[in-house]
Design a protein. Structure first.
Length: 108
């Protein structure tokens, strides 16, 4: 599949998830305050979804490229496995940083 289509589908999925979790209170007495709070919450969830989604897309593409290069290098020389595998772990750390940022966005 085309990478642009996959990225667009992931972003749309993030927006749909943010729309599902953005809650609106139906208190009629303070309608403007509720609208401001719900808009703030919606933007918070959208930002968290984008942080995780984009970090996971970037981490997945990095692991794919680094992993294939590491396997190619290890097929030539088996002693390189100890030097190549930590780079794959560093690429996976991108996803964890995205999750940490999203968690901080939601909590704070």
């Amino acid at each position: 599949m085309n990478k642009k289509i996959i990225a667009l589908a992931a972003i749309l999925l993030c927006f749909a998830t943010a729309g599902i979790f953005a809650e609106r209170s139906e208190d009629a007495s303070s309608e403007t305050a509720v609208e401001q709070t719900s808009n703030s919450d919606a933007f918070k969830y959208i930002a968290a979804c984008l942080a995780v989604g984009l970090a996971c897309i970037a981490g997945g593409s990095a692991v794919g490229k680094i992993g294939s290069a590491a396997m190619g290098a290890m097929s030539e020389n088996a002693e390189l496995s100890g030097k190549a595998l930590p780079f794959v772990g560093l690429a996976e750390g991108i996803c964890l940083w995205g999750f940490l940022v999203a968690l901080l966005i939601i909590i704070l």
